[in-house]
Design a protein around this ligand. Structure first.
Ligand code: N01
Length: 547
């Protein structure tokens, strides 16, 4: 007996469907509406904000400065919004996103609590048929994935993760109500940016905190502080020039360009320079010398500088050594900014378990078992990261022309044209997709650039009376090769990082971001636009829509 295919309750016809109501999706909605396109955003959460909606763990804060990590598309918005701290907390950023949604009248374009499950391209009509878990469907000319680079949370691949009898949390899916750890025995698994931010705060409350670390990370002091009103006013006056400097920079944050190799200066001079960069921002230490990210010996000088700082802070030499990264070059896993992270290990009730020495074996009903022993805890916090960059895209069953699936196309790793499109998937766009500078940059700078590129490209197509935009296979191959060569010229591939897909068993190991810098990337995109978008083909559907 055949089972009838469920019919969607309703099909909504739109010009553009955007998936995700984070910073990228909301700006995309604003831009496309501005071009007169009927646009809807579908969002899995029950509120807007994306990353800043989900990651509510104690200590969650952006490690790009608030005056940098904000939209630049509206001078009025820039002037009217006041930030309170150098590095904004998650609640403050969420308030900002909500303000933007209200300020630009975006909320009525967002369908909340709706997860896209599948998208199938209809070649004859040049449109996407998109289905959701809410049982409804969309018929969209353009499908824009603003699904985020770090939005699919992952838990450790050990037995028993669902057997724990106490409370379980994941930093990437934190409850909306405050969680009280007072008097409790807490385990945190994972010491990436999320773990490093949350561990000091959980330690403030917990009776016992045990941190399970597989790989130590390089972390630098955030030196967070309230924002001085005069400093904020000065930046607001200088915003146009400052934003321009960010757009043409490497990481999307203006820093003085390095001119020397780390190996051509004396130890004292180098240390003085590192000391001056210490605690200033995320990218200063990495950008101090021209060769930090391409030459292992140069990189070792920065890595050893950080390790010295760890030894100077952590009183127990064995703990200090366990916290000192030696398996990967500095910066090749995303460096972290922290507040009191290393000093937290000087507290008597905070314990570090080195999973390299005693690997994680299983989660039990009572706690965490390593190869050595069981640790009984009341609460278990997974700070174990995400299926990054491709996870959210491949969760959706995306079927392009001739029945080709994105999952098959990317079986050996993602290939894209500019991180924006994949050949054979016309009218499908990614914001900060694999192959774009995305996670190697201030995301706000990359998001705005991508959204503007897509919106401008669609305006160009529509201006010619065409509705189908597709990358050529040649452009995709050429760009993917360029991304590979750029990555392999650096030390990044030496780390087992989520940049490389190494944190997800079975995921192809490939450096997924573009290291050429946001400035160079933008210039390239602008050149393409000025030349009529070579590498993209514009056409009309074979079967035009009835008038
Ligand atoms: O995740 P991560 P995150 N057994 O993947 C460990 C952004 N972010 O959520 O390194 C034991 O970095 C894993 O160990 P290892 C930022 O871009 C930004 O912390 O794989 N351990 C690692 O220690 C960041 O890079 C901010 O050996 C396991 C940790 O879990 C990205 O999000 C704040 C394990 C995961 O670290 C992700 O950060 C927070 C296992 N089976 C995050 N599996 C800002 O401030 C994983 N681990 C802007």
């Amino acid at each position: 007996m055949s089972v009838p295919t469920p019919r969607p309750a309703s099909v909504t016809t739109v010009d553009a469907l955007v998936v995700g109501a984070g910073l990228a999706g909301l700006y995309m909605l604003h831009r496309l509406r501005g071009q007169g396109l009927d646009t809807v955003v579908v969002e899995a959460g029950d509120g807007v904000g994306g990353t800043w909606y989900w990651n509510r763990y104690p200590g969650a804060r952006c490690d790009v400065e608030s005056l940098e990590y904000s939209y630049s598309f509206s001078a009025e918005l820039e002037q009217e919004w006041d930030w309170t701290e150098k590095y904004p907390t998650q609640p403050e950023i969420l308030r900002y996103v909500e303000h933007v949604a209200d300020r630009f009248g975006l909320r009525d374009g967002v369908r909340l609590s709706t997860t896209v499950t599948a998208a199938r391209y209809d070649d004859a009509r040049g449109r996407w048929h998109v289905t959701t878990d809410a049982g409804d469907a969309y018929d969209a000319e353009q499908l824009i994935m603003a699904t985020g680079c770090l939005s699919v949370a992952k838990t450790p691949e050990v037995p028993g993760t669902d057997t724990f009898a106490g409370r379980t949390f994941h930093t990437g899916h934190w409850p909306h109500e405050p969680v009280d750890f007072t008097g409790r025995r807490v385990a945190v698994i994972g010491t990436g940016s999320s773990g490093i931010q949350t561990i000091p705060l959980i330690a403030e409350q917990a009776a016992e905190l045990t941190v399970f670390q597989r790989t130590p990370n390089f972390s630098m002091p955030a030196s967070n502080r309230p924002l001085d009103p005069a400093e904020q006013a000065a930046r607001k006056q200088d915003y146009p020039a400052h934003r321009e400097a960010a757009r043409t920079s490497g990481f999307g944050v203006p820093v003085e360009a390095a001119t020397q190799s780390a190996l051509e200066v004396s130890d004292d001079e180098r240390d003085a320079r590192y000391e001056a960069a210490w605690g200033v921002n995320l990218v200063g230490l990495l950008s101090s010398y021209t060769d930090t990210i391409v030459d292992r010996a140069a990189n070792d000088t920065a890595a050893e500088f950080v390790r010295r700082k760890i030894r100077a802070t952590v009183q127990d030499p064995e703990v200090a050594e366990a916290l000192s990264p030696r398996d990967h070059p500095f910066g090749t896993k995303r460096p972290c900014l922290d507040t009191n992270y290393y000093a937290t290990y000087n507290r008597d009730h905070v314990h570090l378990v080195d999973l390299r020495a005693t690997p994680l074996a299983e989660i039990t009903p009572r706690g965490v078992r390593t190869s050595e022993r069981e640790y009984e805890v009341d609460d278990l916090v997974f700070a174990t990261g995400f299926d990054a960059m491709t996870g959210a895209l491949l969760r959706i069953d995306v079927v392009g022309r001739d029945g080709a699936t994105l999952r098959d196309r990317w079986a050996d790793g993602p290939t894209t044209n500019l991180g924006l499109q994949v050949a054979g998937f016309p009218n499908l766009w990614m914001i900060t997709g694999p192959g774009s500078p995305s996670v190697l940059s201030n995301m706000m700078v990359s998001i705005e650039q991508h959204v503007d590129f897509v919106a401008d490209c669609l305006a160009f197509a529509h201006g010619r009376g065409e509705t189908v935009v597709e990358s050529t296979p040649e452009a995709e191959t050429e760009w993917t090769e360029h991304v590979r060569v750029a990555g392999e010229a650096t030390l990044y591939p030496q780390a087992n990082s989520w940049y490389m897909g190494s944190n997800v068993p079975g995921k192809p190991r490939r450096f997924m971001a573009y290291i050429g810098g946001v400035g160079a990337y933008r210039q390239h995109c602008d050149d393409l636009a000025a030349r009529g978008y070579p590498g993209f083909v514009f056409s009309s559907p074979r079967v035009p829509e009835p008038a």
